[in-house]
Design a protein around this ligand. Sequence first.
Ligand SMILES: [Zn+2]
Length: 1016
Amino acid sequence: MVPLTNSPLPRNMIENSMFEEEPDVVDLAKESPSYPIDSDDVVYEPRSSRLLVRGLGENDLDEEEEDYESSARLLGMSFMNRSSSQRSAAASSYTRQQPSNSCSVPSAKKMVVGILVLVIIAFVAMFIYFVPRCTFSKDGCQKTNSSIEQLYPKASNGELFPWTGLRLPASVHPVHYEISLQPNLTAMTFQGSVAISMVVLQETNKIVLHSYDMKIINSTFQDEKVNILEYKPWQQIAIKVSKELKKGEIYVLKIHYSANLSNSYDGLYNSSYIDTNGKRRVLAATQFEPLAARKAFPCFDEPAFKASFVIKITREAEYISLSNMPKVKTTPLGDGLFEDEFEKSVNMSTYLVAFVVANLSSVSKNVSNTLVSVYAVPDKKDQTHYALETVAKLLEFYNRFFEITYPLSKLDLVGIPDFLAGAMENWGLITFRETTLLIGDHSSPIDKQLVTSVIAHELAHQWFGNLVTMRWWNDLWLNEGFATYMQYMSIEEVFPELDIDNEFLSVRFKALAKDALNSSHPLSTKVYTPEEVAEMFDSVSYEKGASILLMLKATLSKVAFRKGVIEYLKRYRGLNTQSEDLWMSLSQVTNPHTDVAEMMNTWTVQKGFPLVTVNRTGIQVNLMQEHFVLNADNATDHSNLWHIPLTYVSDICNNSSSCKQVFLFKDKTATIEVSEKVKWLKFNYRSDGFYIVDYGEQGWRALIIALKENVNVLPHEDRAALINNIFALSRSDRVSFRQVLNLLVYLKNETETAPLTEALTQLNHIFMLLDKRSDLLLVSRMTVGLNIFNLLVQILQSWEEESSVSKQALRSALLETACHLGRPNCTNQANRLFVQWRTSNKTEHIPGDLLKTVLSVAAQTEKGWQVLLDTYKHSIYDSEKRKTLQALASTQDVRKIVWILKAALDGSEIQTPELPLVISTVCRHSAGYLHAWDFVKENWDKLTQKFSIGSFPLQSIIMSTTSQFSTKTHLDEVERFFGSLKERGSKMRSVQEAIETIKLNIQWMDRNLVTLWKWL
Ligand SMILES: [Zn+2]
């Protein structure tokens, strides 16, 4: 999946749950209504049987849990601890444990309480160990043992529900689903039936699976009527059978049900749009990742439960239906209804199942024996050609690169109006937002870069994610980090003209910024609750994941990395994996001395990244590494070490990659020697590594002198990285802001996009903070400070078509800033272009990369705003529409701001998936910033109905509305508001991140306002 990232990337948090202590038995007694007692919940599985299950999709306890569980058999009581942690994670709809920070000597009162607790623990342990011993044996207990039965949760009908875990039991594995669905696009409901064939891996007398918000009409097990129990808090249903199910046998469960089409953009949901005749059209589409397949059909909704699917969909004549596989046949059912049946699918996870019922048109072509089609609503069919050509080239590239041919005979890409994510990689049926798929006359090369990136990402998932799938959501980065890495790598190879390397560099900087917060989390993080799973879709999984893969590729070499990747895909084809499996495959193809797992585990199981401090004395260069946290007071662990593949160049040799020196820096400190002639050293060559460097007073000075003499002594990625690193060091108070300004002086001679946009981004951030504090004098002086960008003067003259994507990106960023700051030579030219565009009835073209800037200037007048509102309502070009919306949201008129926020929330005139974009745009301007924050507070319940807790859009909304506060009053208010929500989201990572960010802003202002005054 790709979240759409026009709004600021989420910077969310998690406590380091890897090392949290398990809650004790007292918590269990207090909080937990239930406890697994059934025989096959606790019977020890011999390791061999677990291996048998492996790859078929076991309920994957990791090694640590596995050992813990087996020792629990011996200890009797400690098994309770693990169960209690799972239960307490789920019992409240959203709770997160805080790490223990107490290491002081307990008081006498605490001692007494502690002893009491121990006595209770001992009592409970004896009770569990002696009284219900039968519950730990295969013989089982009498089900009438009431003291034990009360430990089960109650199903919705009042009976006991036979399972107590958020994760499903591993005793039964689905092998095949037959699904039949009849969506009714008038009543917005659907009927469905599912027949699930499953194999028993371990004898059991119950089956537990997922189902959410559906009415079960009837059900049979082995063709005999069966009673379905439901436990709503965990979205589970279960059946109990009187006779134990035999290991190795196949059984069939059939369920007939009905439900409403969802209106929250997941599950099987209804979507609508206005066509060119002004008529509202409806369609039904799916979005299942991560946990919403259960909203469309009862299923074993965990990624490791792979199975095959046959899907049948009933539709009216005016619609077509699409699913993962090609259609086999259509049967008329009478009453104007038809049933489409699709081929049996490959084995896949439930989150990859998809279907669409809509009125769509398509273009197709054959690529290496796969029929590739791009679908859109009929009005937009002529905007599908770019995507078709792009996907064709990329499919050929991936087939070759992975040495595994895409396994299906068809591949559909569908633009869905009213779609929340950027796109979703459903196998054979990739769904997109229209913005990320369609290219029309008004699209710029930057729009093409976006569409190409999203297609490249989703297509990479057909291998990474679909063919080989992470075992559980804790390793989501295996899917998303890889697809993100492949998206940049493939575009660099296939579409070099799109200048994607600059984009990848800025993405790495964003990942560093997020990961420098104490509220960040390790790439591999334990997750259980739906909210925790949703929060994994953040820039750590995507962008840090991609960054560490780039670092690994640079270390192992391009050839060895590719060989390892192919080995991994071939070995685990059709199976589920965890990080270790990838490292093992990569180790096999490298020098035997490279222990890939040993190195990479330091990057995946610890949060954050290292700061390397350089201290040179003559020929000796002393290096030290430490965990870099922006707010060093909050650092949780100072002892973390990374295996850093450290690289550097010097003034003696710096202009080719052969100059690069490499060594693996594993310890706290290291020393290297360089020639006395060396004037400066630059570490992390081309910024391929995921770490930052502090060169010390002397080292920074030498680099600044070198750059002032000649900017080309370093590649542009390195210059951008110096700017990025020095700002980060200044934010953490390791380098003075004066030193930052000294470096920026060299920018007068800078012409490359990457360093200039990085400097602009960093200065913009400061500008935004000043703007929101209404420090008008500083704000106006800051606009003059822009003169450090000599290039701006030239760019202000150039509003014509520009062919290089990189130059367009730079021009767009500079002009947007200049117009935003109200520089007259920018706004006057923008107004002139707008008038030409309007009076020529939009035939006078505005270059696509300047459209947003021009329209945003125009939106500041009443007339301009009304023209744009009309354009927004009628445009069929989605990229134009989106830029128009951003312009509308940039208004300084409070009444319009109030209107636009409301319109996007209720979805009437502005589609609700655009709300995060509207909010982030409103927040850029001082006029709307506080309104947006009030709006979020007042409408929190509605927002969480549209966007689930922990989801990417909600992360984005929280960060946009709070990340520019820099006063204690605002900090208190943010803490008070989210603190009052209790279980409704107060513990979200993004809330912790927001609070940490505000604290950092306050600190930065306290330290640097004076320096800024002097500079400006
Ligand atoms: Zn993805």
